[in-house]
Design a protein around this ligand. Sequence first.
Ligand code: UDP
Ligand code: MG
Length: 149
Amino acid sequence: MERTLIIVKPDGVQRGLIGEILGRFERRGLKLAGLKLMRIPRETAERHYAEHAGKPFYEGLVSFITSGAVAVGVVEGLGAIAMVRAMMGATNPANAVPGTIRGDFAVTVSYNVIHGSDGPDSAQREIALFFTPSEIVEYERATDRWGTE
Ligand code: UDP
Ligand code: MG
C-alpha cells in the first residue's frame, strides 16, 4: 500500500471542484486516509515547495497556494502515488490529456487545480508536513478486497 498527498489548490476550491476531484479518487477505488480544509501558512507552503525555491515561478506559486482555502488529502492504495499523478495529468494543462483532472478542468500552468506527490520520498515528506500521525485514519472498507492482490 502507498500513501500520497493531494491538494485541491485555491482555484479548484473556488471553482467548486473539491467533490469532483475527490470523487474521482474514490470511484477509482483509492481510499482517503486523511482530509482537511485549510489555509496553508506561508512557512508550510515554502517548505512544501522548497525544491522550486529560486525558480522564476516560485514566488507566484507560494502566493497562490496561500491565497485561499485548499483541501488537503492523503490518498491510499496500491500504486497510489503514480496512479494519482496519472489521474492529475501533465503539469501544464496544455499538455494534459482529456480525462485527466488537469486535462478536464485547467488551462494554465499557474492555475492547474491539483497537487500530487511525485514519488515515495516526496509523498512521505509532504504527508508529514500537513498531517500528524493521529490525523491519518486507518479503517477498513467493505470494498477494500477489490483493491488488493
Ligand atoms: N508551476 C508554474 N510554472 C512553471 C512550472 C510550475 O506555475 O513553469 C507551478 C504549477 O502550479 C505546478 C507547481 O508549480 O503545479 C509545481 O511544479 P512541479 O514541476 O512540481 O509540477 P507538478 O508536480 O505540480 O505537476
Ligand atoms: Mg511537483
